[in-house]
Design a protein around this ligand. Structure first.
Ligand SMILES: Cc1ncc(COP(=O)(O)O)c(C=O)c1O
Length: 405
């Protein structure tokens, strides 16, 4: 195996520059090690990770011992067999997800966008058998993934530019506007597809009235309610699923990210009577492979064993309380919002970018949306001491821009 431990940061950055397509605005840091909420770069600098590896990719934190052990054991037993066969880890993962989702059955894939694609195809297939319905209503500001079906579902035109024509039949209602949602649903609608908390556009929780209107409309108009829990799933918002905050029961859940404990796996979960996809309709060669399934089983078991969902609720509330105090103190902050450990601070002008840059300099990783919204997505394993340390760094950075409204 090549030993890359001596590669310097400039060498890594040059490698990307020369040989990797430039599809991301990558930060010029090269990470080489992670544990829990901490990361180390190739120069040995330590960071506190308030984004769970970036965009909530690993909810449990880096290299959770149970996940690492499961991967180690699995790597020696079996890495891959295709979905032409069965394996015990797929069965166990399906059962765990069914137990935690009211008996919904899983289709396994590798990513969030594939989970969205599966939900879209399931809805179309179900709609074709139920009155020829094919339209899907999503929300403005939503994000459902980058492949063309999920991109068509995504209600942000900035992501569509250059990729038209998109898939037909998508309608985008105004976010948190039950009337707009009601007027977008018609006799051709097969599904309403919503994030309970819009993540990528800046952490905007759905209002209870909006989610409940979606459930009511689905019931009254005979279409499916589907939720995108790719970012919110597995405790991030202080409930196992974010839809549980709203007392609604979706027919379909798309999920990924935290599911694999750091490995790529996604799932589309559907109530058994709505599992419209049958052999030949859909597939994914590596979906639910033994390695990722074993890691996901370990991740879900760790989530329960360590009571991390409750932890996300209590720690999230405490952190949001501190941030709300800042909002009262600093005119530069226009709003603090979030659920559990999915949080955002909105600033005047470009101050989020300034705060984010300053925090990174001092070893705290956050995520900015545009220049005005600072997002926090810390891992559920974050200790009180780490939370306080990260908040202290942020408080200091905010105080330097604080007076400027
Ligand atoms: C709500 C939501 N859906 C779908 C996706 C796409 O997931 P992936 O990048 O794994 O394809 C994301 C990614 O950020 C997301 O936040």
């Amino acid at each position: 195996m090549s030993d890359l431990s001596s590669m310097s940061t400039p060498q890594v950055l040059n490698g990307y520059e020369r040989a990797v397509q430039c599809t991301y605005g990558r930060i010029p840091i090269a990470f080489v090690r992670g544990r829990g909420a901490r990361l180390w770069d190739s120069e040995g600098k330590e960071y506190l990770d308030f984004v769970s590896g970036g965009r909530a990719g690993t909810g449990l934190g880096h290299c959770h011992p149970r996940v690492v052990e499961a991967i180690r054991r699995q790597a020696e037993a079996l890495l891959f067999v295709s979905n032409d066969f069965h394996h015990p880890w797929g069965a166990r993962l399906g059962e765990l997800l069914a137990q935690r989702s009211g008996g919904r059955k899983a289709f396994f894939c590798n990513s969030g966008t594939e989970a969205s694609e599966t939900a879209i195809k399931l809805a179309r297939k179900w709609g074709s058998q139920n009155g020829g319905r094919y339209e899907i209503v999503t929300a403005q500001g939503s994000f459902h993934g980058r492949t063309l079906g999920a991109l068509s579902a995504t209600g942000q035109t900035k992501f569509h530019q250059g990729f038209q024509p998109l898939l037909e039949g998508f309608h985008y209602c105004r976010w948190n506007d039950p009337d707009s949602l009601a007027s977008a649903v018609n006799a051709r609608t097969c599904a309403i597809y919503l994030e309970p908390v819009q993540g990528e556009s800046g952490t905007y929780p759905a209002s209870p009235a909006f989610m409940q209107a979606a459930a009511r409309l689905a019931r009254e108009r005979g279409c499916l309610l589907m939720v995108d829990e790719v970012q919110t799933g597995f405790g991030r918002t202080g409930r196992y699923w974010a839809y549980e905050h709203y007392s609604v029961e979706p027919h379909v859940i798309a999920t990924a990210k935290a599911l694999g404990g750091g490995l790529p796996i996604g799932a589309c979960l559907a109530l058994p009577e709505y599992c419209a996809l049958v052999p030949g309709d859909h597939g994914c060669t590596f979906g639910g492979n033994p390695l990722c399934a074993a890691a996901a089983v370990a991740a879900l078991e760790a989530l329960d064993a360590e009571n991390l969902v409750e932890r996300a609720a209590t720690l999230g509330e405490r952190m949001l309380g501190t941030m709300r105090d800042w909002a009262r103190q600093y005119p530069s902050i226009t709003e603090v919002r979030g659920l559990g450990l999915m949080q955002a601070i909105e600033f005047h002008g470009d101050q989020a970018a300034t705060v984010g840059r300053g925090a990174l300099e001092r070893g705290l990783i956050t995520h900015t949306v545009g220049a005005g919204i600072l997002r926090l997505l810390p891992p559920l394993c974050l200790t009180d001491e780490e939370a306080d340390r990260g908040l202290a760094i942020l408080a200091r950075e905010i105080s330097t821009v604080g007076g400027r409204g």
